[in-house]
Design a protein around this ligand. Structure first.
Ligand SMILES: Cc1cc2nc3c(=O)[nH]c(=O)nc-3n(C[C@H](O)[C@H](O)[C@H](O)COP(=O)(O)OP(=O)(O)OC[C@H]3O[C@@H](n4cnc5c(N)ncnc54)[C@H](O)[C@@H]3O)c2cc1C
Length: 373
């Protein structure tokens, strides 16, 4: 089978990339087995810029998402409990983010033509990439898009290097039910253990993420679910008792990116190209920007009758994406160092930072706009 683009992977990045490329008139196919995301406890908080990009592709996430209007950041430390509110109004937006479970995100993106099997080998050549799948299918594509996640075989086959650094922190993520309605307020608390964030969905539900040392997360998850919920309720009592409403999962955290994400007729996007801890909800929002940039680039190449997988075409991908990716990753990396470590200097820094933002509203608004757009 010959196609313009083979998108390797079956997650939200692969699905959206295949959809966007087809929308731009390219013959794109997704390569990946059916993905069951029903038990994935993660939600994705989509920034206004991502929601706009999805709107332009005819995808309305609002039908399944919960709009987040307010964010409260709290920090315990030498000054007691310091809190600062960040509102959609401050940022000049209708909402701070639209939050939805990954399976709901996948559901709002239309089905795309798919070879429903794992890619087992990619062989970049001068004119095309050959892709062999576990069900015996062979595909030839002018370009392969590596959207097969952190352990991407497509990225490896093209010799694209991922520079990754473990953060020595883990995240426990679980869907929860709250005793009291959240009224669309997201609360992120930095305390003596690490972080605890409640990201609202529906009226009484939330995705809970707590980040701490792997030892602390290990000790917490050794308890039964009821005991864990009790401990978490004590750390964040704002919405009353917290109860688990789904299965929990632990994610070891790292940060990293691909300095040269495109080579040998393969371009890495999404978590194949960059990984960030779940702080400031940037992860998949960066994937959306990857897809928008790549689609525009390939559309222009096709209109000008250029080879969409050539080194010349792909050469302009990295300069268009890297400043944004590098800027966001360095901000998230710095924030991770200060936000997730419960030691005295970090506690002092985050409380001082929060108090300063409370005093300098201009700086606060600027920071919010940079994060959301
Ligand atoms: C706790 C937590 C909370 C988060 N919250 C947010 C948030 O609020 N906002 C946000 O923007 N981001 C968030 N993120 C990040 C976001 O979840 C990820 O960026 C996103 O899920 C990555 O999607 P992906 O499709 O690139 O990769 P994946 O979801 O890893 O998908 C890749 C898929 O490819 C498949 N695959 C692997 N090998 C092959 C192969 N050989 N052939 C075919 N398929 C293959 C894999 O099975 C996998 O299903 C969060 C992350 C975590 C850990």
């Amino acid at each position: 089978m010959k196609v313009d683009v083979a998108v390797i992977g079956n997650g939200p990045t692969a699905r959206l990339a295949a959809h966007a490329l087809r929308d731009a008139g390219l013959d794109a196919i997704m390569v990946g087995p059916p993905a069951d995301r029903g038990t994935d406890p993660r939600t994705t908080a989509l920034m206004p810029s991502s929601v706009d990009s999805l709107d332009r592709l005819g995808i309305d996430v609002r039908v399944r998402a919960t709009p987040l209007r307010d964010l409260r950041i709290e920090s315990t430390g030498p000054f007691g409990l310091i809190a600062e509110d960040f509102t959609a109004e401050d940022a000049g937006e209708e909402f701070l983010a639209q939050n939805l479970f990954i399976h709901d995100l996948m559901a709002v993106i239309a089905d795309v033509p798919t070879v429903a099997a794992h890619a087992k080998g990619l062989f970049p050549g001068d004119e095309a990439v050959r892709i062999e799948t576990e069900d015996g299918t062979t595909l030839e594509a002018r370009l392969a898009v590596a959207a097969d996640g952190l352990q991407s075989i497509a990225r490896e086959a093209a010799g694209i290097t991922l520079r990754k650094r473990p953060l020595g922190r883990s995240a426990l993520c679980v869907p929860v039910r709250l005793e009291r309605p959240h009224r669309r307020l997201c609360i992120e608390r930095y305390d003596d253990t690490g972080t605890l964030t409640l990201i609202p969905v529906a009226e009484h539900d939330a995705s809970l993420i707590t980040i701490a040392s792997p030892e602390d997360i290990g000790a917490l998850t050794a308890c039964d679910d009821e005991m864990i919920a009790r401990k978490l309720s004590r750390r964040q009592p704002a919405f009353g008792k917290i109860a688990f409403s789904g299965a929990k999962a632990v994610f070891p955290l790292s940060i990293g990116f691909t300095p040269m994400p495109a080579r040998n007729r393969v371009v890495a996007i999404g978590e194949s190209a960059h990984i960030a801890p779940p702080i400031a909800a940037q992860g998949w929002n960066m994937s959306v920007r990857d897809i928008v940039t790549l689609t525009a680039l390939l559309k222009a190449a096709r209109e000008e009758d250029r080879d969409i997988g050539s080194a010349e075409t792909l050469a302009s991908y990295a300069p268009r994406r890297q400043p944004d990716v590098a800027g966001r990753l360095s901000a998230i990396g710095a924030l991770a160092g200060v936000a997730t470590r419960p030691f005295a200097p970090q506690k002092f820094l985050r409380q001082a930072g929060l108090m300063a933002l409370g005093r300098f509203q201009g700086a606060k608004r600027g920071l919010m706009r940079a994060g959301l757009r």
